[in-house]
Design a protein around this ligand. Structure first.
Ligand code: NAP
Length: 250
């Protein structure tokens, strides 16, 4: 199962799992793009099942898991990828917006994991992959809720790893650096300008190179195909930066 598979990283991850010949249940709120990605998963060699999913809604998560299991059988792998960020200072965001950030990025993956875990533990194998963000280790202003949620997500994975040790079920954090996708494309131009200015001020963006979404998909494939008994607990992926020239003689 891949959450947030209608776009960006989730779409690339679903296609990459399809290319392994896997059956992939793809979920997101927008069905039209999701159906397109399902067709791409099949074209890549997999079997696809598209179903609506809102990870900020516990009932929607339950309905998605039930439908996916009914269609494809027991779940072996969950990629918790759906995510969102709403730019602004803490007091500028509404209670509803803060709740949406925390529900989508943190509580949703927690509820999804809670639901699928008993069956994975019983069968003695499985992979739970959590798409985090560099924000978890390099906090960014104007993304307070998102940063808190991703930091919480990584803490949750560390506890899960303790709770799952010896069970055959692996929990992995994949922490992407800047990656080309539609993330932030719904922000208004003034917010984008403000956020980029704040990144410059705080020195959190060293260069302007971005990864293709396929680079994150490759990390996920690496994780979920690791031999039994092997555990990648954290993979951080970054674009290669430019050559450093300040130390060179003129
Ligand atoms: N791009 C980057 O530079 C970057 C860096 C670090 C981490 N990440 C993380 O990568 C993940 C994927 O983001 P992306 O970059 O691929 O952005 P994206 O292109 O905007 O894709 C986000 C996906 O999440 C889905 N989504 C959002 N809210 C949802 C909800 N409530 N329920 C279900 N699905 C939901 C969206 O689908 P619908 O709108 O159809 O629901 C979409 O498929 C996120 O967790 C993000 O935090 C991205």
């Amino acid at each position: 199962m891949v959450t947030g598979a209608s776009s960006g990283l989730g779409a690339a991850i679903a296609r990459a799992l399809g290319a392994l010949g896997w059956s992939v249940a793809v979920g997101a709120r927008r069905l039209d793009p999701l159906n397109e990605i399902a067709a791409q998963v099949e074209a890549a060699g997999g079997t696809a099942f598209a179903h609506p999913l809102d990870v900020s809604d516990a009932e929607s998560i339950e309905a998605f898991v039930a439908a996916a299991e009914h269609e494809l059988g027991p779940i072996d792998t969950v990629v918790n990828n759906a995510g969102t960020s709403i730019p602004g200072r803490l007091f500028e965001l509404s209670v509803e917006e803060l709740r949406r950030e925390l529900d989508t990025n943190l509580l949703g993956p927690m509820l999804m994991t809670r639901l699928v875990l008993p069956s994975l533990i019983e069968r003695g194998h499985g992979d739970l992959v959590f798409i985090s963000s560099q924000n978890a280790v390099i906090p960014r202003p104007l993304q307070l809720g998102y940063t808190a949620a991703k930091t919480g997500l990584e803490a949750m994975v560390r506890v899960l790893q303790m709770e799952l040790e010896g069970s055959g079920v692996r929990a992995t954090t994949v922490r992407p650096g800047p990656t080309k996708s539609n993330f932030g494309m719904d922000w208004d131009p003034a917010s984008i300008k403000r956020v980029l200015r704040s990144w410059k001020h705080w020195g959190v963006q060293r260069h302007h190179r971005y990864l293709p979404a396929e680079a994150i998909a490759a990390a996920v494939v690496h994780t979920v195909t690791a031999p039994a008994g092997t555990h990648f607990d954290l993979i951080q992926v970054n674009p290669e930066g430019p050559v450093e020239t300040s130390g060179k003689a003129d």
